[in-house]
Design a binder for this molecule. Structure first.
Ligand SMILES: Cc1ncc(COP(=O)(O)O)c(C=O)c1O
Length: 377
């Protein structure tokens, strides 16, 4: 098995697994309890909060733990948008966001908010001027993802931030895909809100966080007792919070020691090994170092992956009731059906090896020409 789907999810890092282990049974206390067992759990959460904050250059009290990227995005579009309502009811987002942004946005549209979905250019990058064109006096929130999950395209968040500041608009960025793959600094990016998803960065599924800059109006998505400084009720998932903190600590070191250059080298090697196979590249030059989104011309992405079951990767087109539909990202980029239907996303991670990439190239070079010959007959 050659796992090339790290943008879908990552395995838990062994040190992360080790860090969370005591909190299943030995250190099982409720962090709200005042005896030692409870206090130890509380302190473990606060340590994790500091680890997450450190990775993104935030303050500890600006981190709210959630159940994942989807909940963080829903908190922004429901709780925070509701808190901003007295200022205005217009939101600007993009056509290439993850469904956990697009669907809450459409839901809020039904409740009376107005949402502008800005298209990207043909490289899948959103032009800040295009965002500016949509700003009006009722605009209270701009939400643009940091890096796209399919193409890996990195969006010009710092530039968008300058405009947001100029017009006093709250800026959110979904960094589920970028965190741990490139440096993410909330102050350099100039964001007020940032989404974090644990399972994209070697922590378990079902844990995440939302960065909330001090003084940003906030209403919770989940009401209950006073956990998470009153911002997210429910007894904390201590083992997973500890895991997220540890994963952030590991990634901070890896980013500092240039590990991502190795990943970019493997990604480039994969591209150079297959680019002569009548294939188009959808990932633009300004892109996550681990992501290679390509289209095998004349073929179906799923047929390519079916022919090479050893490689685990994702397609960019899905079959809905016998009809092939391009992903909303490719459609927004204006990719033709012929090119887009052959889309396959390879995404590399910390456990990928050069041997795996060599083998993947070998397998693709073996199978794709055979498929191309079959379909041209
Ligand atoms: C860009 C982006 N945002 C949000 C999410 C959702 O995160 P989670 O799976 O933790 O709910 C994902 C996951 O695929 C994603 O890629």
């Amino acid at each position: 098995m050659i796992y090339l789907d790290y943008n879908a999810t990552t395995p838990i890092h062994p040190d992360v697994k080790k860090a969370m282990e005591p909190f299943w049974d030995k250190e099982f206390g409720n962090p709200s309890c005042s005896y030692t067992l409870g206090k130890k759990a509380y302190r473990a959460i606060e340590k994790a909060r500091a680890q997450v904050a450190s990775l993104i250059n935030a303050r500890e009290n600006e981190i709210v733990f959630t159940s994942g990227g989807t909940e963080s995005n829903n908190t922004v579009f429901k709780g925070i948008l509701w808190a901003l309502k007295k200022r205005g009811n217009h939101v600007i987002t993009t056509q290439i966001e993850h469904p956990s942004i697009i669907n809450p946005a459409l839901f809020m549209e039904q409740l009376g908010f107005e949402i502008s979905f800005v298209p990207p250019n043909k490289e899948g990058i959103v032009d800040p001027q295009e965002i500016k064109r949509h700003i009006k006096k009722e605009t209270v929130l701009i939400s643009v993802m940091h890096a796209n999950n399919e193409t890996g395209a990195i969006q010009p968040i710092a530039e968008i931030s300058k405009m947001a500041k100029e017009y006093n608009i709250v800026l959110h960025s979904d960094a589920a895909q970028s965190l741990g793959k490139i440096r993410v600094d909330v102050n350099k990016l100039g964001v007020d809100l940032l989404t974090i998803a644990g399972h994209k960065l070697y922590a378990p599924k079902g844990i995440g966080a939302l960065y909330v800059r001090k003084d940003i109006p906030f209403l919770p998505l989940i009401h209950g007792a006073g956990q998470e400084m009153g911002r997210r009720a429910g007894t904390e998932n201590v083992p997973y919070i500890v895991a997220l903190g540890k994963a952030c600590e590991i990634l901070q070191k890896r980013l500092a020691n240039g590990e991502n250059e190795r990943i970019a080298y493997l990604r480039d090697k994969l591209w150079n090994g297959i680019k002569d196979l009548n294939v188009v590249r959808f990932s633009p030059p300004i892109c996550l170092p681990n992501t290679l989104f390509v289209g095998f011309k004349g073929l179906l992405g799923q047929d390519v992956l079916n022919a090479i079951p050893e490689i685990l990767a994702s397609t960019g087109a899905a079959c809905h009731s016998k009809e092939i539909k391009l992903s909303h990202v490719l459609a927004a980029m204006g990719v033709s059906f012929e090119e887009g239907k052959g889309a396959v996303r390879f995404s590399i991670g910390y456990f990928s090896t050069e041997e795996e990439i060599n083998r993947a190239i070998e397998l693709i070079r073996e199978q794709v020409p055979k498929l191309q010959e079959k379909t041209s007959k």
